[in-house]
Ligand binder design. Structure first.
Ligand code: ADP
Ligand code: MG
Length: 612
C-alpha cells in the first residue's frame, strides 16, 4: 500500500488504525452503546480488509492463489453472522501479522542500513606536505591517504607508514582486530584501531571490498520473499481443505457458525509469516558471520546439499602456496624467476600471485611483456623481448611441441617454463592443506554431506595425496575448467544437489553451474561474487560448514513452523467443525498458536553453539 508516504505509517499505519478503532468500539460496547459499537466494528473491518482485498485481487490477476483469502472470508462471514468480536480479533490478528512481516523485512534490511551508515564519506589525501579532505569517491589508485584511529578505511589500500590494527568485522565477521604493518594490505570498511597510518590507495571506492559487499547485501535484501516456494506448496491444498471442511460442518450441523469457526481457526499465519521470518533471520545471522547468502532459494538449497565439490589450490590448501624449488636450465635461477614473474603479473591464478610476491620480495626487476594470453587452469604465454614464453602445466608445454624431461617436479604442484621452443626450467610449490580442512570435512559429514569431491587441474599424484590426508572420497585431477563443469552437470542431471566451493577467481563458471556456488575469501574479485550464490568474506574454511549449519537450522525452524502451525490449525479445525469452539474463542486460540510459531521462527536469529 503506497497510500502513505511516511515509512512508519506505511508499516504500522493499518495496525494502529485497526487497534485504536477496535478499542474504541469496545469502549462503546462497554458503555452500553451496542448498536454504535457494532456499526464501528463493521466500518473498521470493511476499511481494514481493504489492503488485504487489494492483494487478493492482484494475486488472482497473477494467477496466484494464497491463503489470505481464508482470512478475508472469515472476517466478512463473521460480520454477516453478527460475530462482531470474532471479526475484530481476526482482523487485528491479520493486520498485526502484516506489521510483523514488515518488521521482519526491516530486520533483514538493517544489516544493509548499518553498512551504509558506516560508509566513509571523506578521505584525507596528501597534497604537498599536508593532508586535505576530499570526497572518498574522488580517491584514485596511487593516492596517499591518512587514516586516523577510529576512522573507517575508505578504499582498499597498502600501508606505507606506521603500524596499527584493524577491525575487519563488518567485512569478514572476524571479531579479532588484525595487526597490520607497512607493505600489508588493508580492506575498505575495516576500522583503524590504534594509530594513524599513511596508506597508498589500491582501488577506487567503487572497486573496493566494502562497496562490493554493500552491493551483495543490497541484492540479498531485495531478493524475492524467500519461502514463497515452500509455503506455496502447502497453501493451496490447505485453503481447499479449510473451505471443504467448513462446507461439511455447515451441511452436517445446519449451522453456519460452525463453518465460520472452522475458517477462523484455519487462518494460517505460520505459513504467511513465520516461514519467511525464519529464513530471513537465518540470512541475517549468516551475514553477521561474514557469510552472504544471496537469496532465500540459495539458503534452502544450501540446507539440502548432498554432495560438495572442492577446488584444490587455495581452497583445500592454504591461501597462498610457497615456492619450494626453482630449477633452471641454460639460464640463472634469478633470470627464470624474473621471466616468469613478469608474465604472471598478467594472471589472477593463485600460483601466479605466489610467484609475483616472491619476485617482489627478492627485489627482482620485472620486464615489460606483451601479448599475454592465458588458458585458464592450463597455462599462460606472453612475448618477452623477441621470445614467446610459455608458463604452465606439463601438458601445456607438451601441447606446444616443447620437449621436457618427464622426471622433473612430477610429484608436486609445479609450473614449467619454455622460451621459444626450448624448455628452460620449472618452479615447484609447497601447498600444505589448511589446518582446519580436515576438521571441517568431518563436520560437513555430520551435517549430512554424503559425498565429497575434489576437482583440480593439478596432477593426480598431488591431488590424491591431499585427498587422502583429508578423507575426501572422490578425486578428479588434471581437469580443465570445462571438465569441472561437466562433472558438476553430471551430478545435477542425476538429480543430486551439488555445491561447489572455490576461490572463485578462475572457477567462476564452475561456481555458477553448481546448485550452490560458494566463493571462499572473495577478496576484491567481482567475478566470484557475481557467479556464486554464497560469498564467504573471510578466507576461513570452517565458515563453509557454518554456512550449511545456519542454513539447515533456519530451514528446520521454518519447516517446524509450517508443520506445527498447520498441525495445530487442523486440530482446532476439527473441534470447530464439531461446534466445540465458538468463533471468538477460535480466533483467540488461533492467535496463541500464531504467536508461539512466530516466536519460534525468530529463534533462527539467535547464534547457536553448533554454528561457529
Ligand atoms: P586447481 O584446480 O587446483 O585450482 P588450476 O586448474 O587452477 O588448479 O591449475 C592447474 C595447473 O595449471 C596448475 O597447477 C599450474 O601448473 C597450471 N596453471 C594454471 N594457470 C597457470 C598460470 N597462470 N601460470 C602458470 N601455470 C598455471
Ligand atoms: Mg584454482
Amino acid at each position: 500500500m503506497s497510500i502513505f508516504k511516511n515509512i512508519w505509517l506505511q508499516k504500522y499505519g493499518w495496525l494502529s488504525f485497526v487497534s485504536i478503532g477496535l478499542l474504541g468500539s469496545l469502549g462503546l460496547y462497554i458503555s452500553g452503546f451496542v448498536l454504535a459499537s457494532e456499526i464501528a466494528v463493521i466500518t473498521i473491518c470493511l476499511i481494514g480488509t481493504l489492503p488485504e482485498a487489494a492483494d487478493i485481487v492482484r494475486d488472482i490477476i497473477h494467477r496466484q492463489f494464497g491463503v489470505d483469502i481464508i482470512a478475508l472470508v472469515a472476517v466478512l462471514a463473521s460480520l454477516v453472522l453478527r460475530e462482531y468480536a470474532a471479526a475484530g480479533v481476526i482482523l487485528l490478528m491479520f493486520t498485526g501479522g502484516r506489521a510483523l512481516e514488515e518488521y521482519a523485512k526491516s530486520r533483514a534490511q538493517k544489516e544493509l542500513s548499518d553498512l551504509l551508515k558506516r560508509k566513509p564519506k571523506l578521505a584525507h589525501i596528501k597534497r604537498g606536505s599536508e593532508f586535505v579532505d576530499i570526497a572518498a569517491t574522488k580517491v584514485r589508485p596511487g593516492d596517499n591517504l591518512l587514516i586516523k584511529p577510529g576512522e573507517t578505511v575508505p578504499v582498499d589500500a597498502t600501508i606505507l607508514k606506521e603500524h596499527s590494527s584493524f577491525d575487519e568485522s563488518a567485512i569478514t565477521g572476524e571479531s579479532l582486530p588484525q595487526a597490520k604493518s607497512p607493505g600489508q594490505e588493508i580492506v575498505s570498511g575495516s576500522i583503524n584501531q590504534d594509530a594513524a597510518v599513511i596508506v597508498k590507495a589500491l582501488r577506487t571506492t567503487g572497486q573496493s571490498q566494502y562497496e562490493q559487499i554493500i552491493e551483495l547485501v543490497k541484492a540479498a535484501a531485495s531478493s524475492k520473499s524467500p519461502l514463497v516456494r515452500l509455503a506455496d506448496r502447502y497453501s493451496v491444498p490447505f485453503t481447499i481443505i479449510a473451505f471443504g471442511l467448513a462446507g461439511l460442518a455447515w451441511l452436517a450441523s445446519g449451522n453456519a457458525v460452525n463453518a465460520l469457526a472452522v475458517l477462523v481457526v484455519a487462518t494460517p499465519c505460520p505459513l504467511l509469516i513465520a516461514t519467511p521470518v525464519a529464513i530471513v533471520s537465518g540470512m541475517s545471522r549468516a551475514a553477521h558471520a561474514g557469510i552472504i547468502i544471496k537469496d532465500g532459494m540459495s539458503l534452502e538449497r544450501l540446507a539440502m546439499l548432498q554432495i560438495l565439490a572442492f577446488d584444490k589450490t587455495g581452497t583445500l590448501t592454504q591461501n597462498l602456496p610457497t615456492i619450494d624449488r626453482i630449477t633452471a636450465h641454460n639460464v640463472s635461477k634469478e633470470e627464470l624467476l624474473q621471466l616468469v614473474a613478469s608474465i604472471e603479473t598478467g594472471s589472477t591464478h593463485t600460483l601466479a600471485k605466489t610467484i609475483v610476491n616472491k619476485a617482489h620480495a627478492s627485489k627482482v626487476r620485472l620486464l615489460p611483456v606483451h601479448e599475454i594470453h592465458e588458458e585458464v587452469g592450463f597455462g599462460i604465454s606472453a612475448m618477452v623481448g623477441k621470445n614467446r614464453m610459455l608458463v604452465g602445466k606439463y601438458e601445456y608445454l607438451i601441447n606446444h611441441g616443447i620437449k621436457l624431461p618427464s622426471s622433473e617436479g612430477q610429484d608436486q604442484t609445479a609450473v614449467f617454463v619454455a622460451r621459444g621452443q626450448t624448455y628452460i626450467g620449472s618452479i615447484t610449490f609447497i601447498d600444505p592443506i589448511r589446518n582446519d580442512s580436515k576438521e571441517t570435512l568431518q563436520r560437513l559429514k555430520r551435517l549430512g554431506i554424503k559425498q565429497t569431491l575434489m576437482l583440480t587441474g593439478d596432477k593426480a599424484e598431488v591431488a590424491k595425496k591431499i585427498a587422502h590426508q583429508l578423507g575426501i572420497s572422490d578425486v578428479h585431477a588434471g581437469l580443465l575448467p570445462q571438465d569441472k563443469l561437466k562433472i558438476i552437470q553430471k551430478h545435477r542431471h542425476a538429480g543430486e544437489t551439488i555445491g561447489m566451493v572455490g576461490d572463485g577467481v578462475n572457477d567462476a563458471p564452475v561456481l555458477a553451474a553448481a546448485d550452490v556456488g560458494i566463493a571462499l575469501g572473495a577478496k576484491g574479485s567481482t567475478a566470484a561474487s557475481e557467479s556464486a550464490d554464497v560469498v564467504i568474506m573471510l578466507n576461513n574454511f570452517t565458515r563453509v560448514a557454518a554456512a550449511i549449519a545456519i542454513a539447515k537450522r533456519s530451514l528446520k525452524i521454518a519447516k517446524q513452523s509450517i508443520f506445527v502451525g498447520i498441525g495445530l490449525s487442523f486440530g482446532l479445525m476439527i473441534f470447530a467443525a464439531l461446534g466445540k469452539i465458538p468463533p471468538l474463542y477460535g480466533a483467540l486460540l488461533q492467535e496463541v498458536v500464531d504467536v508461539a510459531v512466530i516466536v519460534n521462527a525468530l529463534r533462527a536469529l539467535i547464534p547457536h553453539k553448533e554454528i561457529l
